[in-house]
Structures are given as C-alpha cells and as structure tokens.
Design a protein around this ligand. Structure first.
Ligand SMILES: NC(=O)C1=CN([C@@H]2O[C@H](COP(=O)(O)OP(=O)(O)OC[C@H]3O[C@@H](n4cnc5c(N)ncnc54)[C@H](O)[C@@H]3O)[C@@H](O)[C@H]2O)C=CC1
Ligand SMILES: O=C(O)/C=C/C=C(\O)C(=O)O
Length: 501
C-alpha cells in the first residue's frame, strides 16, 4: 500500500486530510510547482492537498507513457490486455467502499447515487471494453489487377500512441474510465488529467493498475488546473498522439486549438441544453419519475440532464404541479446519509454561477414554481454549496436561462400545442446532445426521435445506457462518438495492407 493514496473508512469527512500524488511510471510522485486544497462540497472542509504538476512533471508522465508503448504492453496480445482489464474491474469492485467514499467526499453526491452509478460503471467500463477488443474486426477487399492475378487489401489496427485524457468533475471515475478502458484495450498508453475538483479516484486507480499487472507508464495521472497549468501543458505536449475530453464547450474549443498543433485527433463530449418533450399521451407517472431524474439527478450536474421541459398544453398544469411536488421531496444534506437525495453543487464558484442564473430567471420575468435560493441546513452542511431545486415557467425561448447550459438542478417548463412546433423548439439550440421523449404512441416516438438534432434520443427513459451504443453530441455538444466499436475507432489507427497476388 502506497502512503500517497488516502484510505477512506467510509463516512469520516474531517478526520482525514491526506496529500495526494501524481501517478507516473507506476509510482506515486508528489512533485509539483505548488499544491492546492481539495474540499468536500457538502461542508467546504479540506479533504486533501493536491500537487499541481509543472511542465516538467507533465513531460515525465508523457515520456513514461511513450516509453511504455515500446515495453511489454506494446507486445501483449488483445487477449492478454483484455484479461488485465478484467482484473482492473475486479480491483475496483474489491475496493468498492474506498472508491465510493472517495467519490462522495470529492463530489458531495449522495452515496446512494454513487453506489448505483459511479462506482459500478467505473468497473463496467473495463469489462465492456475487455469484451469489445476481442471482437474487433477490419475490412478485406479483393481487387482486380491488369495482369489478372489480383490483389488483396486488408486493414490492421494499431494503437494511436499516447492519449491525453482530460476529465470533468461531475462523474469523475465513470467518465475517466469510459475513456481509459477503451484506450488501454486498444494498446495505447494514457496520461489522465482529472478535474482539479475531483482528483482522488483517478489517483487511487493507479494502485489497482499496479495490482492488476498493468506495466509502469501505461496509466499515468497528473494533477492541476486547465489553462496555463497541467491541462494545457498536457494537451499541447508534442508527444501526445490523441486527446479525449469531456467538459464545457469553451474548454473543448481550447483543446481543439491545442490539438491542431501537430494535427492530433480529438474526441470531445461537451455541454448540452437538453429538452424533454412530454406528450399528453405519455404514462404520466413514468414521465414525472424520468423528468425528475433528468432535471435533478446529481444536482443537475449531468451533461445529458434536462433544463428545458416542453409539456403538451392539456396536461401542463398537472405536470408542473407534480414536478414541483417531486422537487420539494428531494432531501439535501449529508451525502453519506441514506435518506439524502440531493447533494451540493461541486463548489462555491459553481454555486455562484448557478445562483446567477436563478437571479437572471427572476430578472427575465420567470414565475418561480419552486426553489430559487439556498436551502437552510444545519452545520456542518450550512457551509456546503447547496442550492434549492428550482422550477420556472414563463421564460422566453431567447432568454439566457433557456439558451445557456446552467449545470444546476433547475428547469423551465413550457406548454406546447403541436408536435412540429415542439420539435422546432427543441432543435433551436446551439447544442445537440440529448433529448427524452415521453409518449405511448410508438409511431410518434419514432417520428420525433428521427427529427431531434441530438446524438442521443431517449424514448420513455433517461440515462438508460447500453455501453455498446454510440455516445456523443452534435452541433456544439461535441465531435465524434464513443462507446462500443466507436471508441475502438477513435483509439486505433487503421493501416491498409495491399498485397499483390
Ligand atoms: N460534461 C459536461 O458537459 C460538463 C460541463 N461543465 C460545465 O463547465 C463549467 C465549468 O466547469 P469546469 O470544471 O471548469 O469545466 P472545464 O471544461 O473547464 O474543465 C474540465 C477539465 O478540463 C480542464 N481544462 C480546463 N481548461 C483547459 C484547457 N485550456 N486546456 C486543457 N484542459 C483544460 C480542467 O482542468 C478539467 O480537468 C461548469 O460550470 C459546467 O457548466 C462542467 C463539467 C462537465
Ligand atoms: O457515459 C455516460 O453514461 C454518461 C456520460 C455523462 C456525461 O458525459 C456528463 O455528464 O458529462
């Protein structure tokens, strides 16, 4: 056990203040130009100190990753890599409680949520891509040649090389492993830059990688911020061969600019301003349950979440009333308490941003159905970054609150009369990530799903994920798709071999 990895005993928030390390070349390395505090969003208490990588530390990590491509990792068969990835998945499950406590401390999300979604998905990502790599195929073409003998073309796949993995804070382990697992399955090596808000589980995974037999240098973790810090140093490092990023659209633009130097490929999963379309012929109970999750799960900090709810006019009043009741049932507080259903926002800075939209909604003439402020909580949660779940009606389509990604537990509900009109409203957004459609008329469901300009259209569900399916956004919500074979496409380089017979 390396002392650089904190051990979490479950719910002790203030008891443990540890110092995290980078994980470079199979070792925990505390180097950096300075360190910064990582705080528990539910209370504001410091949970660990994190080193900020300077450009020399980033260079060490990238060089280690480059060397590892030529070492035992580069010589392993798909079967060997697949077996190792399964051990990584088993390792996460064996330390489930440690990962769970670390994720809850870093994010403040309810334990019940992280134990159902974040940690199991962290393990599942490794198992899915351990399978996927074993069934990966390529094309073959036989061609005619003037001498009549012909030629045979076949494609082979190889790893792209060193992949930079830049991650956000909303689903830290889940989103990081969603990229690391396929990258490793395809034989790449990675340098991960977790969000400065949630550095712990990526660091802990280093220990699991060592135990599973992942050779040194294959998985590296460096800590720090974005611009003029670890994120920028990493994405502009000339020995990085590809960059995968999930986060805000503006950051995606900066990363594309960095990737353009040296013409490196990027995979970007960016922001959203997603709509739920609720038709009068829906199953109301299911629609309320699904839209409640889509708006408020993870305190609204999910790129796939809904911030615009369009409801057919005949049921608008009842739906609004029932969503209000569901929002008011959410219970903020200690994320380790089983009865807590609403965590805090990730930070005070993010709370300031969300509250600025609450103020804008008021200024833009919204009717506040519920919420709009900060909940009253007893210490120590009174110093956490909680906000009230909030519902508005009456906002104009061109208001800032209806156009911009807020990333908080809030939505505006709008009545509609016609199917075509609501599709046009849903599509009138610079983003194109996800939509959920609520109707029992299957013909309508297929018709609407085919017209919404998004990467993911759910019918009578939300966040129902088959990890083999294409995942990503259109318009300003991203470039490329990950998931199943689509991840394999991004994380491999194809070479055509043409053999003259
Ligand atoms: N999945 C999503 O759609 C997410 C959206 N957001 C939105 O983004 C807003 C800002 O949150 P942030 O955590 O600051 O997101 P962000 O997109 O700025 O940061 C995500 C990651 O990118 C890194 N980064 C930032 N600037 C960079 C740069 N120039 N070069 C390389 N790496 C860079 C960060 O250090 C972090 O690891 C939130 O308020 C929210 O609205 C945040 C997280 C996830
Ligand atoms: O892969 C998933 O199931 C979820 C992805 C969610 C995001 O990308 C996000 O919220 O940023």
């Amino acid at each position: 056990m390396n002392s650089a990895v904190p051990r979490y005993q479950g719910a002790a928030v203030s008891a443990e203040t540890a110092r995290l390390s980078h994980f470079i070349d199979g070792r925990f390395v505390p180097a950096g130009r300075s360190s910064f505090e990582n705080r528990h969003p539910a209370t504001g208490e410091v949970i660990n100190l994190v080193p900020e990588a300077d450009s020399a530390a980033i260079d060490d990590a990238v060089k280690a990753a480059k060397r590892a491509l030529k070492g035992p990792w580069g010589k392993m068969s798909e079967q060997q890599r697949s077996a190792i990835l399964r051990k990584v998945a088993d390792g996460i499950m064996a330390r489930f409680d440690d990962f769970l406590a670390a994720e809850v401390l870093d994010t403040g999300k309810p334990r019940s949520l992280a134990s159902h979604i974040d940690i199991p998905r962290g393990a599942a990502n490794f198992n899915v891509f351990a399978d996927q790599v074993l069934t990966l195929s390529t094309e073959t073409f036989r061609m005619a040649t003037p001498d009549g003998a012909g030629a045979l073309n076949y494609a082979i796949r190889g790893p792209r090389g060193v992949i930079a993995v830049v991650c956000p804070w909303n689903l830290p382990l889940l989103l990081m492993t969603w990229k690391v697992a396929p990258a490793l399955a395809c034989g790449n090596t990675v340098v991960v830059k977790p969000s400065e808000e949630t550095p712990t589980t990526a660091t802990m995974l280093g220990e699991i990688m060592n135990e599973a037999g992942v050779p040194p240098g294959v998985y590296n973790v460096v800590h720090g911020f974005g611009q003029d810090s670890a994120g920028e140093y990493l994405t502009s490092h000339p020995d990085v061969d590809g960059i995968t990023f999930t986060g805000e659209t503006r950051t995606g633009e900066a990363i594309m600019r960095a990737a353009s130097r040296g013409v490196r490929p990027v995979s970007l999963e960016l922001g959203g301003k997603n709509a739920s379309l609720v038709f009068a012929d829906c199953d109301m109970d299911k629609a309320i349950e699904g839209v409640t999750r889509a708006v408020f799960a993870n305190c609204g900090q999910v790129c796939l979440g809904t911030e615009r709810v369009y409801v057919e006019r005949s049921m608008f009043a009842e739906f609004t009333q029932r969503l209000k009741q569901a929002a008011e049932k959410l219970k903020p507080g200690d994320p380790f308490d089983a009865s807590t259903t609403l965590g805090p926002l990730i930070s005070q800075a993010h709370r300031d941003k969300v509250l600025s939209y609450y103020a804008k909604a008021k200024a833009e003439g919204a009717e506040i159905v519920t919420g709009g402020g900060i909940p009253e909580l007893a210490a120590p949660y009174s110093t956490g970054s909680f906000v009230e779940p909030t519902i508005w009606t009456g906002l104009a389509e061109d208001s800032a609150v209806m156009r911009e990604e807020i990333f908080g537990p809030c939505c505006n509900i709008v009545p509609f009369d016609e199917e075509d009109a609501v599709i046009a409203l849903a599509n009138d957004s610079p983003y194109g990530l996800a939509t959920s459609i609520w109707t029992q008329n299957l013909t309508r469901a297929h018709r609407v799903a085919a017209q919404v300009e998004v990467g993911i259209a759910w019918v009578n569900s939300w966040f129902l994920r088959d990890l083999r399916t294409p995942f990503g956004g259109s318009k300003q919500s991203g470039i490329g798709r990950e998931g199943g074979v689509h991840s394999m496409e991004f994380y491999t380089e194809l070479r055509n071999v043409c053999v003259k017979l």
